[in-house]
Design a protein around this ligand. Sequence first.
Ligand SMILES: C=CC1=C(C)c2cc3[nH]c(cc4nc(cc5[nH]c(cc1n2)c(C)c5CCC(=O)O)C(CCC(=O)O)=C4C)c(C)c3C=C
Ligand SMILES: [Fe+2]
Length: 402
Amino acid sequence: MNSSRRGFLRGLGAGAVGIASGAAVTAALERPGHAASAPSPVFHGLHQAGVVTPAQPHATHVALDVLATDRAGLEDLFRTITERARFLTAGGVPPEIGIAGPPADSGVLGPLVPADNLTVTLGVGASLFDGRFGLAAHRPPALTAMPAFPDDHLDPARTHGDLMLQLCADNRDTVVHALRDIARHTRGGMQIRWRADGFIAPPRPSGTPRNLLGFKDGTSNLHVDDRAEMDRFVWLPASSWEAGGTYMVVRVIRMLVEFWDRVGIVEQERMFGRRRDSGAPLDGDHETDVPKFAEDPVGEAIPLTSHIRRANPRTPASEPSRILRRPYNYDSGVDEVGDLDMGLVFVCFQQDPDKQFAEIQRRLAGEPLVDYIQPVGGGYFLVLRGVRDATDYFGSGLLSLT
Ligand SMILES: C=CC1=C(C)c2cc3[nH]c(cc4nc(cc5[nH]c(cc1n2)c(C)c5CCC(=O)O)C(CCC(=O)O)=C4C)c(C)c3C=C
Ligand SMILES: [Fe+2]
C-alpha cells in the first residue's frame, strides 16, 4: 500500500476496510429478522454490470474529477473503487472497529448491508487522457468531450468529468449508501463534479414505464439478451485494450412540464408518433406493434418530424446508429423562479458515440419536441471492461499501457 492509498483510508481505523462475508454473512442472514436479498448481478466478468442489466428502479449518475496527481495515485483510486464495489454489490456485514474511531459504515442500511441488486459501473472521460497520468497517447479516438448540439443549454457545472460512476439498485437508500461508502473511501482521490439522481416508475398500468411527459419510454430498444445484437452495437470488439467495454452517453435533459401540460393530446402524440395511453405507434393498436414507415412515405399517420421517426427511421442507412437506451426520470425540486425542475437522465450505450448517439441527435435536431425539453448537462464516457477476478481492478488494462 503506498502513501496516497493510505491517505484514502486514513481515519477509517486499521481494520475498517476488511469485509465480513461468506460464513459471517450467511450467519447474519440466518438470524431471525434478516431477510436475504437476491444476489446482485455478478461483479466479475468481461463486461461491467449496469449496461445490459435490466434497469433497477433507482440510480445516481455521478461525474467526478480525479484529485490524484500521478499514475500511482490513479491506480490506488481505481483499486479502492473496485474493492468497495466488490463488497457493496455482494453485501455483507461491515467490520466492527470498536468505539474509538468512527464506525466502518454509515449505518444507513443497518448492520447487514444487502446486495439489493446494486450495480456499480465505472466510466472514464476524455479529460482523464490529458497530461496528468501519462495516458495522452492512449485516448481512443471515439472518446471525445461531449459536443454541444443545437438547442443545448449546457451548464459547465453539470457537464463532462474525468470519471462517471453509475450506481443502480432496487432501493434508493442502497444507492445513497453505496455513494457515501465510495466517497468516504476515496476521499482525497476524487471529488464530485455533478450528480443526477434518477428513478424508474412501475409500469402504469402495464408494459414499459413512463417518463415525466406521461409517455411510455423504452418500448423500442435493442434487446439485451440478444448477444449478437450487443456485440454488434454495444460491446467494444476484441481488437484493443478497451475490449469488453462500451461507451456511455449521459444527457441530463430538463422537461418544460409547465408548457407541456398545456399542449393538446393529439399534438403531444404526433410529436412522439405514439399514443400516450397504450404506447402504440400511431399506425398501430398495441405497444409492441412495429411502425410501418415505408407504407406511409408522407407521414400521414406518423409525422415525418415525430420523435420515433427521426430517432429510428428504420432504413438501411439508419441501422448502424442504433443504441441501447437506459434512461431514468429525475425530479429535482424547483428552480429560482419557481418552475419545476424535472426531466430525463438520458443514458445510452454504444460502440461509438458519434456514429450512434450523435447521429441520432443530428436527426432529432429541430424536431417539434425541442420546444419542450432542454439538455442542460452530461458527458461522454468509456465504460471500462469488467473486473476479471478477485485480483483484478477497474482500469487495470488502461494502466498497463505504457
Ligand atoms: C439521441 C438520442 C435520443 C434522445 C436524446 C432522446 C430523448 C428523449 N426521448 C424521449 C421520449 C421517447 N423516446 C422514444 C423513443 C426513442 N428515442 C430515441 C432516442 C433519443 N431520445 C430512440 C432511438 C427511440 C426509439 C425509436 C424507435 O426505435 O422507434 C419514445 C417512444 C417509446 C420508445 O420506443 O421508447 C419516447 C416516448 C424524451 C422525453 C426525451 C428527452 C427528454
Ligand atoms: Fe427518445
